[in-house]
Design a protein around this ligand. Sequence first.
Ligand code: T1G
Length: 696
Amino acid sequence: MTDKIHYRRDGDIAVLRIANPPVNALSQEVRTGLAEGMNRAEADTGVRAVLIVGDGRAFIAGADIREFGKPPQEPHLPDLCNRIEASPLIVVASLHGVSLGGGLEVALSAHYRIAQPTARVGLPEVHLGLIPGAGGTQRLPRICGAKDAIGVITSGRHLGARDALALGIIDEITENDPEEAGLSYTRTLLAEAAARRPVSELPAPEPLDWDAVYEEVLKKGRGQISPAAAVRAVQASSELPFVDGLAEERRIFNDLMQTDQRKGMIHAFFAERQVSNLPELKDTPARQVEQIGVVGGGTMGAGIATAALLAGLRVALLEMTQQAAQAAGERIAGNLAGALKRGKITAEQQSRMLSENLICDTRDAALSDADLVIEAVFEDMDVKREVFGRLDAVCKPGAILATNTSYLDVNEIAAATARPSDVIGLHFFSPAHVMKLLEVVVADKTAGDVTATAFALGKRLGKTAVRSGVCDGFIGNRLLNACRSAADHMVLDGASPFQIDSALQDFGFAMGPFAVSDLAGLDIAWAMRKRRAAGRDPRERVGRYADKLCEAGHFGQKTGEGFYLYEKGRRGGTPDPRVIDLIKAERVERGITPRSFSDAEIQRRYMAAMVNEGAKVLGEGIAGRPLDVDMVQIFGYGFPRYRGGPMKWADMTGLPEVLADIDRFAQEDAYFWSAAPLLRELVAQGRTFDDLNRDA
Ligand code: T1G
């Protein structure tokens, strides 16, 4: 018997306890141990039932994802599930913590399932670019019907015990230790001479309009294929005998295993867990943070304060005037009302956050007890330095002073204080209490424990925190600027901004760059273009059509007019034909003969610009690992998770091909398309960005 499965007799019940920390993943050893445990139980005289239970914090979190992409080893999980189900003994699974993917499939192959009130179950394989591959698409529909099964499988969501009971996935919610609860439940079954209940022998689920469901799920996936593929597998459970349905599930599963989407999503799974673990900070203790200060109660400041309140922190928010402080309080109350509506908090928690944990004030002294202060005022260096001078004077020794600047030089801000080692950048994304990304911008003099504290705070706020060095735009906005420039150049040369947006939506982005600009406000990029104009290199091509839009007061969604026209109460905008006129006029002025661009070319140019700039920030050490760049783009810029992020996409596309594109584009514009030295180096060495992730 492997040491991953502990076998114990309790009267006429054999207990198989899975012990493979941290989450009892179904590694080959665990699968072997379960198969051997079943054999032993069936051979053990007097045993009438088997209880399967997990050790530690979960039942089973699924197949071992680290084994994917490697040659599959026996026993294969579908066979193990069939073996468990076919046992002549009664088999009971007692669930606690999570039972996900293959973990729930093992439970569904048992004849009875019970769960703790806090247990969560689900089939989240679509989030890995896969479908359930061990009978989940065949057994679940037999239990809860095709419609609900498709809802569970294509969403990949985790269900609470109550929902699982309502769907018939579990038979009972039980308090008490999972093993004790399992033993007493199994004894009752034996006492009542309960029958074995193989799920595979339940009637096939009702048919649905499969093509309609397939199309609907495919559309919702915005290019991701696994959820729609799962619909076909559930269709098989309705149309084919169980064994044939299982074979069809396996065929679809194996096809998906070969896809780039699977590779991209598994890369994203592990990168998301690695990105906030900085090797250099492994043994650096974080400072304690229980009370934070926020300077500025606008949209960003109020969002940051809300995120902190939702994480159980006390907040003191500073504004210039009483009126502004009150308005900030109302914004925060509005954000919390939204959280209440989404079921994230209770009414009682909401009122405690507002009455006990939040003060909005105009006196600097309100920040004197704060462990960490985040400045979120107007994006102007003089204003920021003035604020940091005041914070330096009023904040206690050891307090961390953070700036939420999106672009400005954090070193220069730190120099406005006598304690630059306590200064760091914490770049939140709007809305700050919703967006998961947090860029932790480490300045030249920032102390190690200040950085460690920033990451600890990020974890507490439920953020995906990514380390960035100091440069114009850090990681995210620097790549965005490069992509926007590439898009701008395509517009000057003949493409329509609306075609560019739709081509990038087809690529999988939530929104195209022009629609994003309208959302963020065209005046922000305008201010940045003006700020940069003085130092701009004459070789840099910059369109003027966007300036003209701003000069006409068209700032995007906030004014109802931008690249698109926005009607009150309607989602999304319609292309503004006047934009095309502006662009045509500028081409004539510049003597440009426009040409057509295919969607594929638009996507390649946009991605080439993103990857090239990504390689530059890596080469300069602004980003430490390619996976850092990938996580910034996925969690902050709507990059399609199923492509793994720009650097992973480049690896899967082939770095030599991406470099060849850049060199080809450089023949038109050598200034913009200068290939990153790191990219050339990797191509010359036949290496990939993933190699750099592994080296880090
Ligand atoms: N395989 C291998 N390692 C896993 C794992 C898994 N399934 N799940 C978690 N880990 C590691 C993780 O990398 C981390 O490692 C540590 O456990 C703690 O995780 C045939 C094909 C369970 C909800 O998709 O969603 O079954 O970083 O930091 O926030 O149909 O992990 O410490 O070295 O995330 O408390 C389906 C994936 C697989 C669930 C816990 N299962 N896991 O979250 O901790 S496919 C999943 C999660 C499948 C079959 C198919 C979460 C969690 P390290 P953590 P957490």
